[in-house]
Design a protein around this ligand. Structure first.
Ligand SMILES: [Zn+2]
Ligand SMILES: [Zn+2]
Ligand SMILES: [Zn+2]
Ligand SMILES: [Zn+2]
Length: 506
């Protein structure tokens, strides 16, 4: 603990037109037809051009007004944000509503997970501008578009027999070329300034390359376009669906550019799951909270100079393996396998080479292997992420829907097992405890401590980190938080501390 500088007084969609219904995987699945191109901007429910396109978590889209009837979701208290208490059966989960574009959906969604699709809205506008104003002779694109606009072409209708076109006819000619060019102008990623690859749409409705979103989430939780909170798991892998229509559009209109980008990306330094990072074996640090360090050991002075020179200014903080316990792949390593990635917020070099560092806790990791370089440990790390909000909500619903044993059913019972409590109740237990402790002028809540670490967080996702940083409980107990993968799990741990501490006093 010798390198810790504590500022606190403690340690730190069948139609009549349909002549030959085709199975989803038709013979020309790889080329684009005028019909399938227009279908991309058609709502599966009302069959009109999309009006205020609503992005669904399954990567599909329909008009905002075409949202199926909603029902109230019960026994879910976290996250208690707008729209999360309403759910609906996704239109795209109906059997038969399948597309070459891949329209399937696993089932139910939460209204809070749906939102505006900004890019799809622009794409619909480009189609209308390119095809909607045509007078006189109409090509197949304009003809099909007009039918859609007039509500005369069902979404699933694949062949437009009387127009003399069918689903296999590839669009061509100046109208198509102009449309293509206009679309291309809307399809650049605002992060890498190239054609969007594997389009992922954020909850705020902005679309970027999947890889670009991953890079952003690595160091921030704000949308690069609108600066709204992303509310996405830091691991984009748990965000299973790309924006299906945008993906189909890009893959079919610009296949060569997509192929070139994929090839180029293979050689790029992508955000990989694993990274090598210098490890500072010293103390327990937690995400979102600062760690104050006083660096004087020669090897760590050297390490900090390198970390500062790297530009990323990140290193891993791990604590000592005091009990010499086995640490996964590492065996009996001198340090614990779970740690926190810190980003240096402030670095002050003292004239004698020592330094004062303020590190901000980012993500958590597990060290999978390590070696010593220049006197300090360098570890291969794997990021530890929380499950998706949907999984988080399912967990709470499942746990709190169980029958409570009659002997424990006493409503107000302070003995109700934590597993049966709502996530909100678990959070409130902690917040109330802090309030009481403050009234009692507990030393660990000294104004100087609050000045350094901030007041009690109102976000249940952050609260446990804050509490662990301040509350005088054993390091072993605090360490348990680092490997958790849900907010609920962490709040159960902190509620457990509260029970124990309150129990011991009464
Ligand atoms: Zn609609
Ligand atoms: Zn869906
Ligand atoms: Zn990009
Ligand atoms: Zn945004």
């Amino acid at each position: 603990m010798e390198n810790v500088q504590s500022p606190a007084p403690h340690e730190s969609n069948a139609s009549e037109l349909q002549a030959h219904p085709q199975p989803p995987s038709s013979h020309h699945s790889s080329s684009l037809s005028a019909r399938s191109l227009i279908r991309l901007i058609q709502c599966p429910r009302c069959s009109l051009p999309l009006h205020s396109p609503l992005r669904l978590p399954c990567g599909n889209t329909h008009c905002r007004e075409c949202l199926p009837p909603t029902k109230t979701r019960t026994k879910i208290t976290y996250p208690a944000t707008e729209g999360r208490d309403k759910g609906f059966e996704c239109y795209w989960s109906e059997p038969g509503l399948r597309l070459k574009e891949g329209g399937e959906c696993p089932g139910e969604h939460c209204v809070g997970d749906c939102g505006v699709d900004v890019l799809m809205g622009k794409v619909v506008g480009v189609f209308d501008e390119g095809l909607g104003v045509a007078n006189g002779e109409k090509g197949s694109l304009e003809g099909i578009y007009e039918l859609v606009k007039d509500g005369k072409l069902d979404y699933t209708a694949s062949e437009v027999a009387y127009l003399g076109t069918d689903d296999s006819e590839e669009p061509e000619g100046p109208v198509f070329e102009n449309l293509k060019e206009a679309l291309r102008g809307e399809l650049d990623c605002h992060l890498c300034y190239s054609l969007i690859l594997d389009p992922l749409t954020t909850p705020c409705g902005h679309t970027f390359c999947r890889q670009c979103v991953a890079s952003v989430l690595y160091h921030s939780d704000l949308c690069p376009t609108c600066r709204r909170k992303l509310n996405m798991p830091s691991n984009v892998k748990s965000e299973p669906y790309n924006n299906k229509r945008i993906a189909y559009l890009i893959d079919n209109l610009f296949p060569d550019q997509v192929a070139a980008r994929r090839e180029a990306m293979d050689g790029e330094d992508t955000v990989s799951e694993e990274k090598d990072i210098p490890l500072f074996v010293c103390t327990l640090s937690f995400p979102t909270v600062p760690t104050f360090l006083h660096i004087y050991e020669r090897r760590y002075r050297h390490m900090m100079r390198r970390v500062m020179a790297s530009g990323e200014r990140k290193f891993g903080m791990v604590t000592y393996n005091r009990g010499n316990r086995p640490q996964g792949n590492l065996g009996r390593a001198p340090f614990m396998q779970y740690g926190t990635l810190l980003t240096i917020d402030r670095f002050e070099l003292l004239p004698d080479g020592r330094s004062l560092v303020i590190g901000r806790g980012d993500s958590r990791f597990r060290v999978t292997k390590s070696e010593i370089q220049d006197g300090y440990h360098v570890g291969r790390i794997e990021r530890i992420d929380d499950v998706s909000l949907t999984e988080e909500e399912n967990m709470e619903f499942t746990e709190t829907s169980r029958e409570v044993d009659a002997s424990l059913a006493d409503e107000d019972s302070k003995d109700l097992p934590l597993d049966y409590m709502s996530t909100q109740q678990l959070f409130e237990m902690g917040v109330n405890f802090v309030r009481n402790q403050r009234n009692l002028r507990a030393g660990w809540l000294h104004p100087r401590v609050l000045m350094a670490y901030g007041d009690v967080p109102s976000d249940p996702a952050i609260f446990p980190w804050w509490l662990a940083n301040l509350l005088p409980v054993s390091e072993d107990e605090k360490y348990k938080l680092l490997s958790t993968t849900s907010v609920r799990e962490r709040l159960k741990i902190t509620a457990g501390w509260v029970r124990k501490l309150e129990g011991s006093r009464s």
